[in-house]
Structures are given as C-alpha cells and as structure tokens.
Design a protein around this ligand. Sequence first.
Ligand code: HEM
Length: 343
Amino acid sequence: MTIQFNDETFRDDYTFNNSEWAIKRFPFPFHEDSYMYSVNMEQHRGGPEGSVYEMRFDVDEHYVSEMKDRAMVLDQDPLRCQSLPHMTLAGWDLLELIMASKSEDYPDLFELHRNGNQWRWINKPMGIDHSFTFMDETTLPYGPMEYITRQAQGDFAVLDQRDEMLWMDAGMVTTQADWSLDFDIGMNFFEWHAPVPKAHEMGIFQRALKFLLNIQQGAPARRLNWTMTVNPLLDTSPENYHKWGIQKTTLTPENIAHKQHLRVELQTFFRLPRSNALVFPIRCYLCSFQDLMTVPKWGRRLHRVIRDLPEELATYKGFIDNRPMMLDYLSQFDDGLPTSPGI
Ligand code: HEM
C-alpha cells in the first residue's frame, strides 16, 4: 500500500483536506436515523480492506501533518503527556504493541528489527531510524509512551487496572474533544465520566466498565463516538478553549458547508501484556459537511440525527447554539426518503 501524505495544517490557515479516498473511508457513525448513547462495543478484529478498521492502528494521509501538530502542542504545553511513575512498564508494552503492529501492517512504511533487547525502529514517513535497548529508557529521547505516541495518530489514555477499576494514570492527549488529561490524571472510570449526561442513569458506564475489565490480550475491542467541530481543529482542549471556543461564533449560512466538521473518534481498547494495563487509543477523523454531503445517504441521515438529538446531548457536545443553522443547511439534503439500517 502506498499512502500519499498531505502537507496540511489544523490551525491558523487550516489547509487540512480530505482526498476522495479519505471521504470514502470516513467512519460515518450513524447506523440509524437517530442517536442515543449505548454500550456500542465490538471486537477489533480488522474490517473491510481499505477501511479505517482494517489495521490495528490506522495510518492515513494525515499522518505526518498530525504528528507535526502534536509536536507543536507539546512544545507549548508539555502536560499534555503525563505518565505516573508506576506506568513506565505499560509505556514499554505500548511501544512494543505499536511498533509490532505498524511494522506488520504497513511493512513498506515501518520496520522493526529485534535482536534480544537490541531493537532498531525505522519510521520512513517521519524519517526516523533509531536503535535502542528495549526496557532501557536512557536509550530513548523520551519515555517509551511519549516516544511512540509522538509517532502514532490519535490520543492515548493508558489505564492502570486495580481493585476492579480503571485509573487514568498515563496518557498522550493533544487531539481531544474538550477534556483534559491534566485534570483527569489519577481519576477512575466513573470520576472522569462524571460530566457526561444521561449515560450514568442508563447504566451504560457500569456495563462498559465490566466489559473493559475483562478484555484479554490479543482480543482488542472498539467503538465509535462523535461530536462537532468548527474548523478542522485537532486540539479542542479545555486548555485552549479561549482560542477555539470563539470560532463557533464565526459560523454563517455562507461558510457552514466547509467550516463545520463532523468529528468521529474510533476508540479501541487493547490489554497490555506485562503491566496488565489497558490502552485506549482515540483516533480522531474530521470531515466537513460539504464532503459528507457527497454521499447522499449520509446527508439524509445526518439531518435526522441532528434534528432529533436530545437537547442535553447537543449541549454537552457543544453545538446547541449552532444547531438551527446546521439544520437549515442539512435539510436541503434530506429528501424524506426512508434510509435502510446500517451505514
Ligand atoms: C466521554 C474517557 C471508555 C462512553 C468521555 C470523556 C473521557 C472519556 C475523558 C470526556 C468526559 C468529559 O466531558 O470530561 C474514556 C476512557 C475510556 C472510555 C479513558 C477507556 C477506558 C468508554 C466506554 C464507553 C464510553 C467503553 C461506552 C460505552 C462515553 C460517552 C461519553 C464519554 C458516551 C460522552 C461522549 C460524547 O457525547 O461526546 N470518555 N472513556 N467511554 N465516554 Fe468514555
């Protein structure tokens, strides 16, 4: 497989762009005309060829530019990457998982050569060729989790599992939908989910936790989540709310087609072998309304989902004020025809 990497920005002049290939494989998250939270978990055992589900860690045309954006965020705010002292072993587990997966799934882009603990890692898109000693931090420029997640798209929460609970004790979080690792570090599963409306009363978090505690090595799981973002911004963090929050007020009927983006997170869950930690990669895919509307069934369905979404969810997801303008735009693409179940 050969991927043409885009040279693009997710800030300032926003040169981010999705190719036809990227639009076609965009993980449209709605399999019916309405949406409510659920325990929408399934096994992460690959998927159709070329889809975002095919590989364990999807690499696409945005890879190199996303990694540049991450480096900029970390330069300005090193606290976006944190690992409590007992999580270093989990960091090595994660480094191994990502290096092994990427080199097996994309052999033309990544190579891992192992001779005992002497490892050589080649990342061709980023121009990295590094030899190091596995489990020896002094041979890497950063800690193991930071080293590898500077080379992997998406955010990563690394959860320690103890007392039948998950604890957010490490992470690399620079592309998040308005939550903060620095705020959540050390919290447990129920604590960091406290702000989410409705789902607690529906028993979703109790059931989800039970599922996660039982995830076994070699049997990863996945789910989708979604929200809305004005402009193709990766970094919509509380830390930078003063920069991006105001951009929601710049939406107009004239610019909504290219400025408003559906933001979909492909969330996966992997058990790590030595530490028994759970890693939670959160991969963000952005698609503008105008690109989504090139697929007629998506246009129809998005209109209905946004129109009927409970107010609490539209408020939590941060687009309640812009919802009427979105509906004016989207209604043109809804011809009233029935949609079939599935995506
Ligand atoms: C939201 C983390 C697993 C359902 C969130 C938030 C965080 C988070 C940080 C944002 C909360 C805020 O507003 O500050 C995690 C981590 C997980 C995990 C680290 C892995 C261990 C799950 C699972 C489910 C789930 C398995 C479900 C069934 C949700 C829902 C929201 C949410 C429904 C609200 C999202 C929205 O409306 O945009 N999660 N989560 N989470 N989480 Fe999780």
